[in-house]
Write a protein that binds this ligand. Structure first.
Ligand code: AMP
Length: 209
């Protein structure tokens, strides 16, 4: 078992985690969205938590938040510090593995914004949604794109509900916006009025939360 390092990083106020792609080879409008997202988070006084790298949308969002005066925390596993080029100028924690990275990102954040990304982004977004579905957290998760990038995933998630693999109440948690500003409004309203909790029903046993 790996020994847990002491995390001395304290974030004051609310923190928003941004999941997004690390690829450099995507269209310009994706980078523009990442830039706007980082800037909007900082200008609204929130901290930004992210994967710690400088490549792709990740680096763009982090630098935009940093340059707008926001507090940014990157969390990156040791083996990715070269591949995803650790953003040294921004506060960061280097962890042992992907699991620790995700655990810390989840713990330190009060909400999640999912920008366009690849398999890694999908994995993080779906995991945090599955924890919401099991009531392990009640933090808002908002998918943001300007071009319908997430529509196939939204359709698939609705399909799991229509087919009774996911409970109907999850529908109220499938949130999608086309601008970071609208996403922040959604997040704020979720914080102000948390939606009703559903119930956990996996076997025949229904547990009211
Ligand atoms: P991608 O969307 O594939 O460009 O990946 C976006 C970010 O997710 C990158 O920083 C990846 O290192 C990260 N990532 C990929 N898979 C995982 C995983 N299983 N756990 C945590 N982070 C991951």
């Amino acid at each position: 078992m790996t020994k847990q390092k002491k995390d001395k990083t304290k974030l004051r106020g609310k923190s928003i985690c941004v999941f997004c792609g690390a690829s450099q080879h995507v269209a310009l409008h994706f980078f523009e969205l990442a830039n706007e997202c980082g800037k909007t988070i900082a200008e609204n006084g929130y901290n930004m938590v992210y994967g710690g790298g400088s490549t792709g949308l990740m680096g763009t969002a982090a630098l935009a938040a940093h340059h707008a005066g926001g507090k940014v925390l990157g969390i990156i596993p040791k083996f990715l510090t070269e591949i995803e080029v650790l953003l040294e100028t921004i506060e960061h924690i280097v962890v042992d593995d992907m699991h620790e990275r995700k655990r810390l990102m989840y713990e330190k954040s009060d909400a999640f914004i999912v920008l366009p990304g690849g398999i890694g982004t999908l994995e993080e977004a779906v995991e945090i949604m599955s924890w919401m579905r099991l009531h392990l957290h009640a933090k808002p998760i908002i998918f943001v794109d300007t071009d319908g990038y997430w529509k196939p995933l939204m359709d698939l998630l609705h399909h799991t509900i229509a087919s009774n693999f996911s409970p109907t109440w999850v529908k109220g948690h499938l949130l999608h916006e086309t601008t970071p500003a609208a996403a922040l409004k959604r997040i704020q309203s979720h914080w102000d009025n948390p939606p009703n909790k559903g119930e956990i029903q996996i076997s025949d046993k229904i547990v009211k939360i």
